[in-house]
Design a binder for this molecule. Structure first.
Ligand code: F6R
Length: 240
């Protein structure tokens, strides 16, 4: 992987936003892989000042994951987060931006449906990834198969605790999610793994330099031919 260490998350956001703008200029119907959580926010913020005068009407997108059983209208459903942070501020067509469907009634085939939609779009051009303190990418917790496709997973207690900040209490964090698999993520043509802050240093070192192991799902990026890791000094602090 190419490792880029920058002073601030804002610098990292600007770098990835510039990549996205070049991609969209070259290919108006580019397919973006969107992450949620805190990490990608600087990318979306930086994009806001860059999309003026750029035709984004045909840009397509696929979120990495969604909570299972959450009301899509809940402000912390990833559908809502993507709408608020990406679709509305950038003026994208909401019909072209998908999140996995976490509705219980259709969950049995939601993973397959999502895989079909990604394939029909011709695959993901540029995938934004954060990494969890557990080493997960998407919500592929330790033990996830490198061949996995979009499916339902149980969130680790650690991940629910990490995400409790978005909810009124930890009890409100859903127990399950539907996430692109590691195999799905590895099919994207260019991966950008972002991480900021000391709390991510160990996961970053493991993902970039550790053994390739399902115990640290982020290490799957070592199997991908085109990865750019963009981190701040604190997140880079355990790299050799
Ligand atoms: C979010 C996702 C997760 C997060 C990870 C880090 O769509 O798939 O892998 O990227 O949990 O979360 P933050 O960025 O909030 O630290």
């Amino acid at each position: 992987a190419e490792i880029i260490i920058l002073p601030t998350a804002a610098d990292a956001g600007a770098l990835v936003a510039d990549e996205i703008v070049s991609l969209v200029k070259a290919r108006r119907d580019a397919v973006l892989g969107l992450a949620t959580g805190s990490t990608p926010v600087p990318v979306y913020d930086a994009l806001r000042s860059r999309v003026d005068g750029i035709d984004v009407s045909r840009v397509r997108g696929f979120a990495l994951d969604e909570y299972v059983g959450i009301d899509p209208a809940h402000p912390e459903s990833y559908r809502s987060v993507i709408t608020r942070q990406v679709v509305e501020p950038l003026g994208l067509d909401p019909a072209l931006i998908r999140t996995p469907d976490g509705a219980l009634a259709t969950i049995a085939h939601a993973g397959e449906d999502y895989e079909r939609a990604i394939a029909a779009a011709g695959g993901i051009d540029l995938q934004i990834l954060g990494i969890g303190t557990s080493g997960h990418i998407g919500f592929n917790e330790p033990g996830s198969s490198f061949a996995s496709r979009t499916r339902v997973k149980t969130l680790l207690a650690q991940t629910r605790a990490d995400n409790a900040r978005f909810f009124d209490s930890i009890d409100e964090v859903p127990m399950h999610c539907i996430t692109q698999g590691l195999g799905t993520i590895l099919d994207a043509r260019h991966l950008f793994l972002l991480a900021f802050g000391e709390a991510k240093a160990q996961a970053v070192a493991g993902a970039v330099e550790g053994p390739v192991t399902s115990s640290l799902p982020g290490s799957a990026i070592q199997l991908h031919p085109h990865v750019t890791v963009v981190v701040d000094e604190a997140a880079a602090s355990q790299l050799a």
